[in-house]
Write a new protein. Structure first.
Length: 220
């Protein structure tokens, strides 16, 4: 069976790492590294569809690696592997930016199934647009916060944010936004109202006010 996507495996166990890479190799083009620092370098140079990261790594641990990944606005889905199975450990891993969590020892069939589900969920959202530390998916009208996860936008909020986000260096006039996003007959104040709605749901800095002109995308 040909590999279906690129997977970064970050595992320092000299036996488990190669074994996991071999077993996943039927479904994935696997790159195996043994520490977080190397993983950061590799992931900066190559695009991956998903990552499997051990929590306990030498030097930079798995949570620190994922946080560093998210800080540089990399939204690649990450499944964390760990021998730590307490609720507090799971919560700290998920709060650190992991998308899923699997406790060792595990069945490889379950790992494969979770990876398929994780990548299927992300693929269905379309192409992401980074906005500062936030990640915007116009196709599904959703924004991912680096702090609190997924935020759903209304149709008009999504259209307004997409207009700004797809031209990040452009300042749009309120009149332009009104004609591009809203129905005929709406007033200019509608633009300000929806900017307020988006800021209230996300972050005030996600949209920048340009005095005398209108608005452009920000960098929260």
């Amino acid at each position: 069976m040909p590999a279906t996507g690129r997977l970064l495996l970050v595992e320092d166990d000299a036996r488990l790492g190669p074994l996991t890479a071999e077993l996943l190799g039927d479904e994935w083009d696997v790159t195996l590294v043994a520490d977080g620092e190397t993983a950061l370098d590799v992931s900066a140079d190559r695009l991956f569809d998903v990552m499997v990261v051990d929590r306990r790594l030498p030097g930079m641990d798995g949570v620190e690696f994922i946080r560093a990944l998210r800080t540089r606005r990399d939204a690649t889905p990450v499944l964390m592997l760990t021998a730590l199975g307490s609720l507090s450990d799971k919560i700290s891993g998920l709060d650190g930016g992991a998308n899923d969590y699997l406790v060792k020892p595990f069945e490889f069939e379950e790992l494969s199934a979770r990876l398929r589900a994780l990548t299927r969920d992300y693929a269905s959202e379309g192409d992401p647009i980074p906005i500062g530390e936030w990640t915007f998916y116009p196709d599904t009208a959703s924004v991912y916060s680096p702090y609190s996860g997924r935020i759903q936008l209304t149709e008009k909020e999504n259209a307004l944010l997409a207009l700004l986000a797809k031209a990040p260096t452009t300042a749009f006039s309120r009149a332009h936004i009104l004609s591009a996003v809203f129905d005929k007959g709406e007033q200019l104040g509608t633009v300000d109202t929806y900017v307020h709605y988006i800021r209230r749901k996300t972050d005030r800095e996600i949209i920048t006010t340009i005095r005398g002109t209108g608005y452009r995308i920000g960098t929260p």
